[in-house]
Design a binder for this molecule. Structure first.
Ligand code: AMP
Length: 290
């Protein structure tokens, strides 16, 4: 995970919960990808260290166990750069140029100059990150599948020259690979300003949930509403373990028999119940950063 900001609910359901579960069947390596953060945030590096701490605290608070899995900071293992350099010798530039996220991200982050070699080749650095540990699997969302495809091609080409040295990694697809934002937008993301942070306090969670988009056609509580595609109900499905309550809210919403405030406050309650144990662990960890 790149230390580019505080973690939000998208990170929790799209990555962390899955990472926690993987600790049981696999020997896992989780790292603060600070060199990857530089591929886009090279101009302003001062918040990196604090974000690295924040991220690691959130990982542990979410249930990752540094006694069981290996945690590390990428830049403290310089061999990542060394293997990346060697892989760069055998990898054609055109392979990197045709990775779909290359142009997409350049367009999405138009305020940054991403014409650097570092940004073009970050999937190569990812290949090194995985290959260096003989990684068999990488837990990713669907947006990262193209990068792993590239990683396998890079490994195959390297192995053709030097023998069977590196392992070809496979994706381990994450179920919930895209949590929409509070605004109903495609993805919860810091740059879109539609997040709830894992470190947010209970009041702020409630306030943000109150501001969430719902069915825009529903102007009064007695108007029947649409549940499908409604971000508030999507969040209920993901975060509210009380299925009977969710079914009841959906039925009353469809019938025009419940107000948005009740639906949202029950969601805020479920979210806060999920975040509360993490808040306690975070506070305890933050008090002794060493
Ligand atoms: P990022 O902060 O974008 O570098 O993402 C770090 C990890 O969190 C990646 O595995 C992403 O796929 C995942 N992630 C980030 N935002 C979301 C989201 N809204 N929904 C699901 N997963 C996400």
């Amino acid at each position: 995970m790149r230390p580019t900001g505080k973690l939000h609910l998208g990170h929790l359901v799209g990555a962390l919960q899955n990472w926690v579960a993987l600790q049981e069947p696999y020997d896992c390596f989780y790292f603060v990808a600070d060199w990857h953060a530089l591929t886009t945030d090279y101009a302003e590096t001062s918040p990196l260290t604090q974000y690295a701490y924040d991220n690691a605290i959130d990982w542990i608070a979410a249930g990752l166990d540094p006694e069981r899995s290996t945690f590390f900071v990428q830049s403290m293992v310089p061999e990542h750069a060394e293997l990346y350099l060697l892989l760069a010798m055998t990898t054609p530039v055109s392979w990197l140029e045709r990775v779909p996220t290359y142009k997409e991200q350049q367009d999405a982050l138009a305020d940054k100059d991403l014409s650097s070699i570092g940004f073009l080749s970050y999937p190569l650095l990812q290949t090194s990150d995985v290959a260096i540990y003989d990684g068999n699997f990488v837990p990713v969302g669907d947006d990262q599948v193209a990068h792993l495809e590239l990683a396998r091609e890079v490994v195959r080409r390297f192995n053709r020259f030097y023998g069977n040295v590196l392992v070809e990694p496979q994706p381990l697809l994450t179920k919930m690979s895209r949590l929409p934002g509070l605004d109903g937008g495609k993805k919860m993301s810091k740059s879109l300003g539609n997040t709830i942070l894992l470190s947010e306090d209970a009041e702020s969670v409630k306030r943000k949930v109150r501001s969430m988009y719902t069915d825009p056609k529903r102007i009064r509580p007695d108007v029947p509403g649409t549940v499908e595609g409604n971000p508030v109900f999507l969040y209920h499905d993901v975060f509210n373990p009380d299925a009977a309550e969710v079914d009841d809210l959906k039925a009353r919403y469809r019938a025009g028999k419940v107000g948005d405030v009740e639906v949202k406050d029950k969601l805020a309650k479920a979210l806060n119940a999920a975040l509360e144990p993490m808040r306690e662990r975070r506070q305890e960890l933050a008090s002794r950063p060493e």
